[in-house]
Design a protein around this ligand. Structure first.
Ligand code: WTA
Length: 652
């Protein structure tokens, strides 16, 4: 293979403009309109958000838009509202009554379509069930379910009565459930017997049972029958969903709750082993998710929207449940794996349901790239009009592949940067207005005062790396870490006075676009030079032979840190010494000699969580210690790690 630099970056540097027709139909049709509204939202944030908030259904209007005592914000103080009413009742009791809210597809191929009217009845019934079982306002309810409509019903029913949900991703093991039950104090659990994934039943209720051997004060466990796998039911504690729902009334009055009433706690990993319970509240979160759906996805009544996230993550909370439903959208929900029975599943579903807006993660896109473009080519994807990306920086190669092979070269791509803590999308193109450039999330959303600061708190110049911060409060911001105000203040608000630090490194280019380099905790320091692991990975995947790459640091006597990379190859490429050397050289040519990996391992697969994030922590342990001692409960496939371990040990 030639050492000639493949895919020269200049070819990926191009700007992509939305079509004239797309822009003309969009709510924000050009850059001038974006700039005007953005400037207004920053110079007069209270007026801006108050105007947006008028589109929601309120029980009582607020008396004060914002009360800000850094780092604690209160939005729409004095207002009364119910988020479930905004997401369900307002549509069910109006012209959207018979509009489909959810087209659901189970992994085995079973399908259900649920209208807003039907959703309303389900939610009312389940709210009645919760109350009958003793759940009260402010009680915490844990939800541990597969991707079924009932998961959304459970969340909405909690919100309806003012209970606080904490959804735990179905891939977490019982030890994680124990931690979260202890931290949240939840006494009620909603689960299912199991869910389908890659043709197999993933048991859920048995995992709960195992956790409840340690936590003995849970009062009720309600179990949905999904797969029919055998489960044990403890008399007095355990109830079947279908039994309790059978007799529940479809009438229920949503509670009028304070704007700042707690809505949910969602756990996310921090720099320490103990997960942080990120607390979100009602009105501001609703407004943030609603407004971003309106402008970023430019959602219309006729759209069929599909976000492939799991409900157990923030993306599922904000962009499956609350945002799209507040907009009265029709959406697709899918239970299983993207590659069951093959990597063409999503494309066939897009054709079948006529999906118009598709929102997924770069890691998935890279897997699709690896599987080959014949799969999307076999389905009719012409219904699509807009694509989205979230979760990690999207490398320009994946971006251009997504644009060409999924979007048919005609769909804008919104690369949305945000976090569990931010609640809603923060930096993003607006699809009718922004010139998109592969790899950058472009510009801040309305009301988001984003900046990049150096260690001294000065704003970085174009091209300089720094810390991504938000300088003004925004409605959907986290309110605290549940039960730990000090940790909240220390983690996010202590680098600079009164300013939110996202924990991500970033830089702006000369045109002002924000480029997210990756987590600062993943940033390496090699001979005094900072290197984003994401940058090295992006360089590697720019090589035509590479499907996916992960870079980690390991201690190095001379340089401080050395770079170790793991790469998986695309179909049709063979591992060889020549390719090994070529890839190392390629990174040097792409970024600079300093970034050249010291170690490069070929891998058949990379260790990932069930949501598809590469577990770099494990790779780091592997290269630093030659073995794994940390927690691997969220790992998707243990054999991947075993194979890598054998390689690392063999080479060392
Ligand atoms: C990363 C997911 C670059 C980032 C919504 C952030 C991104 C972390 C992007 C939050 C993006 C998310 N470009 N990086 N478009 N989106 N990230 O809490 O490092 O699961 O801090 O929220 O993902 O991950 P979280």
């Amino acid at each position: 293979m030639s050492a000639k630099k493949p895919n020269p970056p200049s070819s990926l540097d191009a700007y992509y403009e939305p079509s004239k027709a797309f822009s003309k139909a969009a709510r924000i049709p050009n850059k001038a309109a974006y700039k005007k509204l953005y400037n207004e939202s920053i110079s007069k944030p209270k007026e801006f958000w108050a105007k947006q908030a008028k589109e929601l259904v309120w029980r009582k209007k607020w008396s004060k838009v914002l009360d800000w005592k850094a780092p604690f914000a209160q939005w729409f103080v004095g207002g009364k509202i119910n988020i479930c009413e905004n997401c369900v009742d307002r549509h069910a009791l109006s012209g959207r009554k018979n509009k489909v809210a959810i087209h659901w597809e189970g992994e085995p191929g079973d399908q259900r379509s649920i209208t807003y009217d039907q959703l309303h009845k389900l939610v009312c019934r389940f709210a009645n069930v919760l109350e009958t079982q003793g759940v009260k306002k402010n009680d915490c309810v844990m939800i541990y379910m597969p991707m079924v409509p009932e998961a959304a019903v459970a969340m909405l029913a909690c919100a309806r009565i003012g209970a606080v949900h904490t959804v735990v991703f179905g891939g977490f093991a019982s030890e994680s459930i124990v931690d979260r039950l202890e931290d949240s104090g939840a006494k009620f659990i909603i689960t299912a017997d199991g869910g389908w994934r890659r043709g197999k039943i993933v048991p859920l209720k048995p995992v709960i049972d195992h956790a409840l051997e340690k936590i003995t004060d849970v009062k009720k466990v309600i179990t949905l029958q999904r797969c029919g796998n055998p489960v044990e039911m403890l008399e007095g504690r355990d109830l079947w969903w279908h039994d309790v729902m059978a007799t529940a009334s479809t009438k229920h009055e949503a509670a009028a709750l304070d704007s700042e009433h707690p809505l949910f706690v969602l756990y996310t990993s921090g720099s320490t082993g103990k997960p942080k319970g990120i607390l979100h509240t009602t009105a501001g979160y609703l407004l943030g998710t609603y407004t971003t759906c309106k402008y970023v996805f430019d959602m219309r009544d006729e759209d069929i929207y599909w976000c492939t996230a799991d409900i157990g993550w923030i993306t599922g909370h904000s962009y499956i449940v609350y945002g799209p439903m507040a907009m009265g959208a029709t959406q697709v929900m899918y239970e299983g794996a993207p590659n069951f029975p093959d990597f063409g599943r999503f494309w066939r579903m897009i054709e079948h349901f006529g999906v118009t807006i598709f929102y997924t993660a770069p890691t998935a896109i890279r897997a699709f790239m690896k599987a080959g473009e014949e799969l999307p080519a076999a389905s009719d994807l012409t219904s699509l009009r807009l694509l989205g990306s979230v979760g990690e920086p999207i490398n320009p190669e994946a971006w251009t592949w997504y644009h060409k092979h999924i979007g048919g070269g005609r769909c804008p791509i919104v690369d949305t940067w945000w976090q569990t803590e931010t609640g809603s999308i923060m930096i993003t193109p607006l699809p009718g207005a922004t010139s998109c450039r592969p790899g950058t999330a472009t510009w801040p959303f309305f009301g988001v005062d984003a900046a990049i600061l150096d260690d001294a708190g000065q704003e970085c110049k174009a091209g300089e790396d720094g810390r991504l911060v938000i300088r003004k409060p925004w409605p959907a911001m986290a309110r605290t870490i549940f039960g730990d105000k000090q940790r909240y203040r220390k983690t996010y608000w202590s680098d600079y006075e009164g300013i939110y630090t996202a924990g991500d490194g970033a830089r702006r280019d000369k045109d002002g676009n924000f480029w997210i380099i990756g987590r600062l905790d993943d940033v390496l320091n090699v001979s005094g030079h900072r290197l984003g692991t994401a940058e090295i990975e992006s360089a590697l995947v720019a090589h035509p032979a590479v499907a996916e790459a992960a870079a980690v640091g390991r201690p190095h006597d001379l340089k401080g840190q050395a770079v170790a990379v793991f790469v998986t190859l695309k179909a049709g490429f063979e591992e060889s010494d020549a390719l090994h050397d070529e890839l190392i050289r390629h990174v040097g040519e792409f970024i600079g000699a300093i970034a050249k990996p010291d170690d490069l391992y070929f891998a058949a697969g990379l260790p990932k969580t069930r949501s598809g994030k590469i577990m770099r922590r494990l790779l780091k342990e592997l290269v630093c210690q030659g073995t794994i001692s940390g927690n691997i409960t969220t790992l998707e496939d243990i054999s991947v790690l075993e194979a890598l371990q054998a390689k690392v040990v063999a080479i060392d």
